[in-house]
Design a protein around this ligand. Sequence first.
Ligand code: CA
Length: 238
Amino acid sequence: MRILLIEDERPIARGIQSSLEQSGMSVDMVHDGVFAEQALAQHSHDLIILDLGLPGIDGMTLLSRFRKTNQVTPVIILTARDELHDRVQGLNNGADDYILKPFEPAELEARINAILRRKGAASEQMRPEVLLGGMRLSGVDQRIFHDNKPLELSPREFAVLEMLLVRHGRVVSKAQVQDHLTRSGRDLGDTAIEVYVHRVRKKIEHCRVEIVTVRGFGYLLQEIRPTPEPVVVAPTAE
Ligand code: CA
C-alpha cells in the first residue's frame, strides 16, 4: 500500500506519515503543488491524500488536472472546517472523500480503509486477476506484479500493460491501445503510443514476458519460454 501525501504544513504531514507508516502503509510526501504534479505524473500510488491550500499549484487545480488522466486512484482531500464550498467542489472534481482538519489519525486511516474496500470490491468484479509468465494483474490494488514484486509504472504505462495482459496471446491494434489511453485523457498520436510501449518494454525487460510488434497490426504480449536443452542420448552398448 503506497500513499502520496500532498500537504505543505510539514509538522502535520510528518504526523500523518508516521501514523500511517505504523499501520504498515508506505507514505511519500510532497509539500508543494509543483512537486506534487510531478509526483502524480511519474509514480503510481494506491491512494492520494491532498491538502487544498498549497503553494505552487493549489489542490483543487491539481485534482482536476489529475482526474483528466487518472480516473482510478482514490483521492481524499483535507479541508478546513469552514470550507463547505471547497468540499463540495472537491467531490465534484473527483475526490472520493474529504476529511476535516484537525482530525485524528485513526479517522483518516478508517476513511482510507473504507475507500480501498469499496474500490477493491468494485474493481475485483470488473477485473479478474490475470496471470502470464510470473506476471500478475491485481484488480484489487490496481497493480501489476512480476514474481510478486510490483512493477513501477506510470498510470499510462499501467494502462498499456494492463490492456496487453488482459488480451495476452492476441494481437492488440495500435488504435485499440490509443482508444484505451485516450478514454482517460487527451488524444494521443501514434508516436505517443510507441513511446509508451517502448517505456513499458524497458520496465519489463527482466520479466518472462515480452511485447512483440506485429508489423502492420499492433502488439502482442507473450510468455518467453526457455529454449529447451538439446536432448543428449547416451550411446547404448551393443
Ligand atoms: Ca495547507
